[in-house]
Write a new protein. Structure first.
Length: 273
């Protein structure tokens, strides 16, 4: 099971949108996936069309991390019915550990080592998933450090803009310091460049700057600004099942991005062995 944190120091760069796009790609590929919504705003939970029926949110599960059962309180995403209707041969799996404002009690800068391991403790007892995507809050406070402690990889999301590039550089430095002190096996999976406008001179300049600064850490493909992305998210719908050529191109880009990020064994791969 691979655990990947989706992080950004700067808000508004589309971190949750990237998380949802990767979740859609994993669902389409048949990879059993859990999305952990650590952002107290819980936008990923909303975008995944979650309809809880008594399950605990991630904040309350973290509070009882030693005995909490993450699998029992994961909610099936509303996307699954859509995907299953298109693929009668198998029922895909995409579950959500629901976000809530309650998790904010851990989002402080002085979170101790013991508290940093709360999510890792919950995930250590988890089975049945090939991939866990953790949507982090846009900060380097306790919840993000909790996610990094539990993760095998961290993906950073950036826009080709001055403040976002500078914030990504700071986050890369912070990640390296964190890895040295707390998580020696943690590594950066790379940087996703989001909301790129191909006709923008500023974006072209910043993309060149990012290639010079980050080199091979930049993951391909870059994700262009998607005109109907807000409509897709507002409908709580997977991009892979949204009509239109634009959505199909975006879905293909997330397929490629997922492949470049993580090495996953898909169900159809196992069937060939």
């Amino acid at each position: 099971m691979q655990v990947v944190s989706i992080s950004s120091l700067k808000g508004g760069v589309g971190k949750t949108s990237v998380t949802l796009g990767l979740a859609s790609a994993a669902l389409a590929a048949g990879v059993p996936t859990l999305v952990v919504d650590l952002d107290p705003h819980a936008d990923a939970t909303t975008g995944l069309g979650v309809r809880p029926s008594g399950q605990l949110d991630i904040g309350r599960l973290l509070r009882n991390a030693r005995r909490g059962d993450l699998r029992a309180h994961a909610v099936t995403s509303g996307w699954v019915a859509t995907a299953a209707a298109r693929n009668r041969r198998a029922t895909p799996r995409l579950d959500v550990a629901m976000g809530s404002a309650y998790a904010g009690i851990y989002d402080r800068p002085d979170l101790g080592r013991r508290d940093q391991r709360r999510l890792a403790a919950l995930l250590s007892r988890l089975e049945g998933y090939g991939l866990v995507l953790v949507d982090c809050p846009p900060s380097l406070n306790g919840l993000t450090r909790m996610a990094w402690t539990a993760s095998s990889k961290v993906v950073l999301v950036a826009e080709p803009s001055l403040f976002s590039v500078a914030g990504t550089e700071r986050t890369m430095r912070a990640l390296e310091l964190f890895r040295r002190e707390f998580a020696p096996d943690l590594r950066a999976a790379g940087i996703v460049t989001n909301r790129v406008r191909p006709a923008s001179v500023e974006h072209a300049f910043r993309l060149g700057e990012m290639r010079q600064m980050f080199g091979d850490a930049l993951l391909g493909p870059v994700l262009p600004e998607q005109a109907d992305w807000q409509q897709i998210q507002g409908a709580a719908h997977p991009v892979h099942h949204w009509p239109g050529d634009g959505a199909a191109r975006t879905a293909a880009q997330f397929d490629e991005l997922l492949t470049n990020m993580v090495d996953l064994e898909r169900p159809r791969d196992r069937g060939r062995r």
